[in-house]
Design a protein around this ligand. Structure first.
Ligand code: AHR
Length: 613
């Protein structure tokens, strides 16, 4: 491998080249990144009519002591369903107990905040407790009384856990005869990231990737199987108690929308920026994917699309409008008067082939261009092989091949037009029967693909792995970068593979040539960048050997200046294992992970990174 380290033969890569794509899939947000421990907290999972679906809430113990139903008496206009609980008799030993049966992680010594709304014509006395999954061991308890709750009354308490249970539950217990209504029951740990509501370990795992952008909130989640179930941003803002929530019918679960449009913008974006110390507004720019009037099964005709277009213009105004503007003032009222920096929006998801896509797209395109000329508008149509037949600033490219297919896709953009819109590879992953929950082989193929994107970063602007998260209790879409349960997590090899590309954002791609007997199984790139922590210049060579044979690699570097201020040295980092089908697990979370050692004699590796200081 010959590397030419002189600047003359080099090219700067985009500073947002590698980022992350968050989709509400596999309970990634509800029951995952969003740290709310209660599911269906407003009892609306059946929609805005009654009887509603109260799952996973249930009666514990003697069912004859309680009548539980739903009615439309809530004080919240956008979500009228409330739970009506009639306690049939005073009971001494046998309390009337109602419980949220969600897998919850409660940890000894940590504090949890419970909030709910209650109404009753009698004085209210409710015991709130956190118990183990069987209900026999109490981890924490608090008594709540409200002498006059004839109107809806908000109550809250802090619960300090005296024990640990990874599958615990929240119980509401009363012994007094009469009728009590409950609504909007929330339980959150206090130690979320910056108290912004994000589960700490999951958040950190994503932030560690130092993403250059965040694409949200989907994926198919944005489209819906039917338009009536597609995500609508206006329903996800405002006080959490007032959000109606919605049933994501593509991935088949209810979400209370605690992680809404504002949280994506404010918390995820800004927190990533702070954590990654990208102080000068470099990274994690938001990329909002919005519904374009098209779902998997129904579409709005272009002649009727204008209200949808207005909804999106309102969303942009909410995001980056003046705090005095109509929607900017709503954002300001939520606590963020400064506009967010939104420069990229995507018109729908994977809808290019649908009958109304082009018609609808143009309506969105023209309206957004007119109102916000600086916003980059992303089309769903692939322009990598043929030019687009409509105007766009970027086009999306999604790919989910098997490992061999992914490795050969390293050259996909080699022949793409060098003029016109650039590519946004917003979803890539090795996927299919043999990829399971992630293997070394898959990660190697993806690493080869990303090296190819580095080479083509004059026409590929951004790329993100998909999907990001999988909650072990909802394996709807396998394979995913980060796998978690209520208290553990691990990155699959593809997660660790992305570590090798963190410094590529904004780095300089050097010219390099690989000469090999079997060059089809090898791919390599070389970059330089300045490390902001030690202000030193680094040169990194990445090589993937996707073939079955050992390779002896000789690397020569021309034009590298070494002086006393910048002493030289090198390290080797390898992502490998004795078995290409190996993956990680909760028991062995870093079985396939990168490891670093000082270079001695490089003879063989699967994915090799050599760094020269
Ligand atoms: O990433 C999972 C799904 O794959 C996305 O929702 C969709 O865009 C694609 O088909």
């Amino acid at each position: 491998l010959s590397v030419n380290a002189s600047e003359a033969a080099a090219r700067k890569m985009p500073k947002n080249l590698f980022g992350v794509f968050f989709e509400e899939i596999n309970h990634a947000g509800a029951g995952g990144l969003w740290a709310e421990l209660v599911q269906n907290r407003g009892f609306e999972a059946g929609g805005q009519s009654i009887p509603s679906n109260i799952y996973p809430w249930t009666i514990i113990g003697d069912e004859s002591s309680l009548n539980v139903s739903t009615d439309l008496s809530s004080c919240f206009e956008r979500n009228k369903v409330a739970l009506r609980m009639e306690v049939l008799c005073d009971s001494k030993g046998n309390n009337a107990t109602f419980s949220s049966l969600v897998m919850q992680n409660i940890e000894q010594g940590k504090t949890y905040k419970v909030v709910f709304y209650v109404r009753s014509f009698e004085p209210v006395h409710v015991v709130v407790s956190l118990t183990d999954s069987g209900g026999s061991k109490t981890l924490s308890t608090a008594s709540i009384t409200a002498d006059n709750a004839s109107k809806w009354t908000k109550v809250e308490a802090l619960l300090e856990a005296k024990g640990t249970d990874h599958n615990s539950r929240l119980q509401l217990t009363t012994t007094r005869k009469g009728v009590i209504w409950f609504d909007q029951v929330s339980l959150m740990p206090l130690d979320t990231y910056k108290r912004h509501g994000f589960r700490m370990d999951l958040f950190k795992m994503v932030a560690d990737l130092k993403p250059g952008f965040l694409r949200f909130p989907g994926g198919c989640f944005v489209e819906g199987s039917w338009l009536r179930n597609a995500v609508r941003w206006k329903e996800t803002i405002g006080p959490w108690e007032e959000r109606p929530g919605h049933f994501g019918d593509v991935w088949n679960y209810w979400t209370d929308d605690g992680l809404g449009h504002y949280e994506f913008l404010q918390v995820t974006l800004y927190a990533f920026l702070q954590l990654t110390l990208l102080a000068e507004d470099l990274g994690a720019m938001p990329i909002w994917v919005f519904n374009n009037g098209i779902s998997h099964n129904d579409e709005v005709n272009t002649s009727n699309i204008l209200p949808f277009v207005q909804e999106i213009l309102d969303g942009i105004e909410f995001t980056r409008g003046d705090p005095d503007s109509r929607w900017g003032s709503v954002r300001a009222a939520m606590g963020h008067p400064e506009p967010f920096k939104l420069t990229h929006v995507a018109v729908g998801n994977e809808d290019c082939g649908k009958p109304n896509y082009r018609g609808n797209y143009l309506k969105f395109y023209n309206a957004i261009r007119r109102a916000y000329p600086d916003i980059n508008i992303i089309s769903n149509c692939d322009g990598s092989t043929l030019p687009l037949d409509h105007p766009a600033d970027l086009y999306e490219y999604h790919t989910y091949p098997d490992a061999n297919g992914m490795f050969s896709e390293a050259h996909h953009f080699d022949f793409s037009s060098r003029s016109g819109p650039k590519a946004f590879v917003s979803e890539y992953a090795v996927h299919g029967d043999n990829s399971g929950q992630g293997t070394l082989l898959g990660a190697l193929a993806e690493a080869g693909f990303l090296i190819g994107l580095e080479w083509n970063s004059d026409v590929v602007a951004m790329a993100s792995y998909a999907p990001l998260f999988l909650n072990e209790n909802d394996k709807t879409w396998v394979t995913d970068a980060i796998i978690f349960n209520s208290y553990q997590l691990y990155g699959i090899p593809s997660y660790w593979m992305q570590y090798f590309f963190i410094e590529s954002n904004g780095a300089t791609l050097l010219n390099s040539t690989l000469q090999a007997n079997s060059s089809t199984s090898l791919i390599a790139s070389a970059i330089t960048w300045q490390n902001t922590e030690d202000n030193k210049d680094y040169l990194r060579v990445k090589v993937v050997n996707f073939g079955p044979d050992n390779v002896n690699l000789k690397i020569s570097i021309d034009g590298l200046e070494v002086n006393s201020k910048q002493p030289s040295g090198s390290t080797k980092t390898v992502l490998t294992s004795d078995n290409v089908t190996a993956g990680n697990s909760f028991d062995e979370p870093t079985k396939v992970c990168h490891f670093i050692r000082t270079v001695q004699n490089v003879t063989l590796c699967f994915f090799l990174v050599i760094e020269f200081l």
